[in-house]
Design a protein around this ligand. Structure first.
Ligand code: AKG
Ligand code: FE2
Length: 362
């Protein structure tokens, strides 16, 4: 294939730089979680973690991104998912399309996602951590009906479902630990965020498959974006391609694959809960002409009925609330809806809920 469908072609200013010398992200902090993982089971975090909490706080503030090692997720569980995912994506399109996502149930396989109205060079398979999950029936603000979303598992490969279900249990434990560390780093009780995720969290896991691309200088695996949820726990293979926009100078920095590490990033919801103390940072994925790449993000999201707003404890006269509350469920389905059509307007973003300075002052 010499020619690339124009739907994939990025505007000049968003194309990757000549790929010869991407800036490697030595700067993205690497955090060792052994001290946390040793705390038993579902118990909340206790004392003695000050250094770790400070590292997580600094990384969240300066980068919005960090990597973790000794995180407690058994590597063979991720390997099983990757192997099954490779089998799945290797099939002909018509097989994969048997579990294609549709507007009624946006889980399963999808090959034509758009980010900022440009098509991504990737295929995905999404599944919910809670199956089924309650979601708003409509994006319209006055419609209070709820509906159930359910997973769509393919017949082939038969081991995909069990591998995925086994894996998400492990990553969920890690996600809660990270949430606790972030709460502590903001001076909050470690379980401050838990209530938002109890009963009906809307977390989903995505299997990302990036095929080799004949025009890696024109297209992106995923266009620049911020993650809309609370926290993302991402596994990437050893090919590399994730780039993070460095806060200090706006430079795109490549995140070097680190064996057995997870990449963690603060999403828009933590940005709002923290009242801008932490920021959700833009990132994108570069593709290449030789190698396929896999990644597995776990998008840790609260229940659909949660109204997202700056936490009371972090708001004061000196530091007024920067956002008006918004419904997470409505936000999420408005986003999903836009993936099915090219919109003339900008997709829904948290900055649409930002209060003007005069209101934030009052
Ligand atoms: O593939 C990656 O490394 C990141 C993917 C990503 O940012 C996303 O799916 O939101
Ligand atoms: Fe992302």
């Amino acid at each position: 294939m010499g020619e690339v469908d124009p739907a994939f072609i990025q505007d000049i200013q968003h194309r990757p730089k000549a790929a010869s010398s991407p800036v490697q992200a030595d700067g993205i902090p690497l955090i060792d979680l052994s001290a946390v993982v040793e705390t038993a089971g579902s118990q909340s975090l206790g004392g003695g973690l000050d250094g770790l909490v400070a590292d997580v706080g600094r990384a969240s503030k300066e980068w919005g991104f960090f990597q973790v090692i000794n995180h407690g997720v058994p590597p063979e569980k991720l390997r099983r998912v990757e192997e099954a995912a490779r089998e799945f994506f290797r099939q002909p399109l018509e097989e994969k399309r048997k579990v294609r996502r549709d507007e009624a149930s946006p889980l399963g396989y999808y090959e034509s996602e758009h980010t900022k109205n440009v098509r991504d060079w990737k295929e995905v398979f999404d599944f919910l951590v809670q199956d089924p999950t309650l979601m708003p029936a409509s994006y319209l603000p006055d419609d209070n009906e709820a509906t159930e979303w359910s997973n769509k598992w393919p017949d082939y490969p038969p081991e995909l479902r069990e591998a995925c279900e086994d894996y998400k249990e492990e990553v969920e434990k890690l996600a809660f630990k990270l949430l606790e560390l972030i709460a502590l780093s903001l001076g909050l009780p470690s379980d401050r965020f838990h209530g938002f995720f109890k009963d009906q969290q809307t977390t989903f896991v995505r299997l990302n498959y990036y095929p080799p691309c004949p025009a890696p200088h024109l297209a992106l695996g995923v266009g620049r974006h911020k993650d809309a949820g609370a926290l993302t726990v991402l596994a990437q293979d050893n090919v590399g391609g994730l780039e993070v926009k460095r806060k200090s100078d706006g430079e795109w920095i490549r995140v070097k694959p680190t064996p057995n590490a997870y990449i963690i990033n603060v999403g828009d919801i933590i940005q709002v809960w923290s009242n801008d103390e932490y920021e959700s940072v833009e990132h994108r994925v570069i593709v290449n002409s030789e190698k396929e790449r896999f990644s597995v993000p776990f998008f840790f999201n609260p229940a659909h009925h949660v109204m997202v707003a700056p936490l009371q404890e972090l708001v004061s006269e000196q530091s007024p609330a920067m956002y008006s509350p918004y419904s997470w469920g409505k936000f999420l389905i408005t986003r999903k809806r836009s993936n099915f059509m090219k919109l003339d307007v900008e997709n829904i973003q948290v900055h649409h809920f930002r209060l003007p300075p005069s209101q934030a002052d009052s």
